[in-house]
Write a protein that binds this ligand. Structure first.
Ligand SMILES: Cc1cc2nc3c(=O)[nH]c(=O)nc-3n(C[C@H](O)[C@H](O)[C@H](O)COP(=O)(O)O)c2cc1C
Length: 367
């Protein structure tokens, strides 16, 4: 059999793969993605493992060129590169075709036989999103300095640890969230990704409400506002202001806010920003520091820059863009994603992943 095969009938198609390929697929698929959309696809042709965009999944979510999708692809790529390096694969075996949707990364098998047995994937699976309140204790200055020095391509990290800076950023997130909660398109996308019951969560993608850290009654509220017509009635009573205030309050509970900055919303820069996002996230989680990403500000800025805002939102989001420039004051760089980081003793439920057969295709016969 030579044509590409998806094997949904197999419990785990990795059983028939070389150990190092299974290891890489496990590491790659544990990457974070906006609303856990997992827009990636891995394929193995007997000589190379390829990372590509899953066009159908990306399109069903935010769209193939949306920066959040590219950030997720960058995060996945970073995991693959780090996992390949840990498995002893030399850099010469990794090719970066340049962000073509059909191939973001190819890792070839030349010499693959000598790759040591699968390393432990827990380094990658330990990384997770934490949405509970964090302590406001300051983080070690050596760590913050190291983060501030982090670079990938044109992407860089900025650290905001002074309470006044964090309060300013919380204000930006509140304004961006107000726009988001009044935007029917974003609302429908968010609602489509919500997994409100155990059987929905068991699909392995989307936002499992158990991971959202909702207060009592939170699930009920989610169900109530899921219908946009109801949400728009509630918005007339100020619901969007209340929800945005809650979002902003959660930002204030942290040790620092990190901004992954990049010059454009396009492929090379967002891939670099995604790689950097994943690198610092792994570093922080392994130092016992929790991470909660916020994409809402970047999303509004992206929609403004690409003319995708509803007419009524143009003026407030233009004002938001002005305030954002004042807070981030960073030449031609803009925030690709923000991270609230800090310490917490709380154990949080983990997001699941799609069955491997849904993100993996092999063009060689599985045993
Ligand atoms: C580009 C990007 C944007 C994200 N934006 C948000 C966000 O605005 N709010 C949030 O709570 N989580 C956000 N997340 C976290 C994802 O929801 C999370 O990574 C996903 O559900 C998988 O969970 P895990 O990180 O625990 O593996 C974002 C993740 C990525 C990669």
């Amino acid at each position: 059999m030579s044509e590409t095969q998806h094997r949904p009938d197999r419990a785990d198609p990795r059983e028939a793969l070389p150990t190092w390929v299974s290891y890489l697929v496990a590491a790659g698929s544990s990457a974070p993605s906006a609303d856990n959309g997992q827009p990636w696809n891995f394929s193995w042709d007997g000589t190379a493992l390829t990372l590509a965009l899953d066009a159908a999944r990306a399109q069903a979510g935010l769209g193939a060129d949306h920066p959040a999708v590219l950030l997720a692809m960058g995060a996945c790529l970073e995991n693959l590169v780090q996992a390949a390096t840990r498995a002893g694969l030399p850099p010469a075996q990794m090719q970066f075709p340049g962000g073509d949707h059909d191939a973001f990364l190819r890792i070839s098998a030349a010499g693959g036989e000598s790759v040591p047995d699968a390393a432990d994937t827990s380094y990658f699976t330990a990384r997770h999103t934490s949405r509970v309140p964090f302590s406001r204790d300051p983080l070690p200055s050596t760590l913050l300095d190291e983060l501030q020095e982090s670079r990938e391509g044109k992407a860089q990290v900025r650290v905001f640890s002074a309470p006044a800076q964090i309060a300013c950023i919380a204000g930006l997130i509140e304004a961006a969230s107000q726009a988001r909660f009044q935007n029917a398109e974003i609302h429908r996308w968010l609602v489509a990704s919500l997994r409100l019951s155990e059987s929905q969560a068991a699909q392995g993608d989307g936002l499992d409400v158990a991971t959202l850290g909702l207060p009592p009654g939170g699930r009920l509220l989610m169900r109530l506002i899921a219908d946009w017509r109801r949400m728009s009635v509630l918005n007339k009573l100020g619901a969007y202001k209340l929800l945005a205030k809650v979002e902003a309050l959660s930002v204030a509970h942290c040790g620092a806010v990190l901004a992954v900055m990049a010059p454009t919303w396009g492929t090379p820069d967002m891939l670099s920003a995604g790689r950097l996002l994943e690198r610092i996230w792994l570093l922080l989680n392994h130092q016992g520091i929790a991470v909660h990403p916020y994409f809402v500000l970047s999303d509004q800025l992206y929609r403004r820059d690409t003319g995708r805002l509803p007419p009524a939102h143009v003026a407030p989001v233009n004002a938001l863009a002005g305030s954002s420039r004042t807070v981030f004051r960073d030449g031609d760089l803009q925030p690709a994603v923000l991270l609230r980081v800090g310490r917490t003793a709380a154990q949080v439920p983990r997001s699941r992943r799609l069955p491997i057969a849904q993100v993996f295709a092999s063009s060689v016969l599985c045993k």
